[in-house]
Design a protein around this ligand. Structure first.
Ligand SMILES: [Zn+2]
Length: 105
């Protein structure tokens, strides 16, 4: 087991908090809200909503701006990207809202 001196433990804690603060600011600048749901599209074109928590991906592998995760519409693994809702028709937004991925990011 690794034991850290109190000053080293505080240093690690400060670094972790700084990384999360940077991820939070970056996400806010990209318009991503904490714990928000966003519309996603898989590589096969399926639309669904998914939970976003910047810095946390327990069910997806992040690949830059895309994620490799389960698509609940097609029940398959696929590259998934966020979609700007303003680019969708009302029918597409309704279809995406009808299928919600797990609340776990
Ligand atoms: Zn799909």
């Amino acid at each position: 087991m690794v034991s850290l001196a109190p000053s080293a433990a505080i240093g690690v804690l400060v670094v972790v908090i700084a990384v999360y603060a940077l991820l939070y600011v970056r996400a806010r600048r990209r318009g991503i809200q904490q714990g928000a749901t966003r519309i996603a599209r898989c590589s096969a074109g399926h639309l669904f909503t998914s939970t976003v928590i910047p810095g946390a991906s327990f069910r997806a592998i992040r690949l830059g701006s895309s994620r490799y995760q389960h698509c609940p519409v097609g029940n398959h693994m696929a590259l998934v990207s966020w979609v700007d809702p303003s680019t969708l028709t009302p029918e597409q937004r309704a279809a995406a809202a009808a299928v919600r991925d797990s609340r776990i990011p």
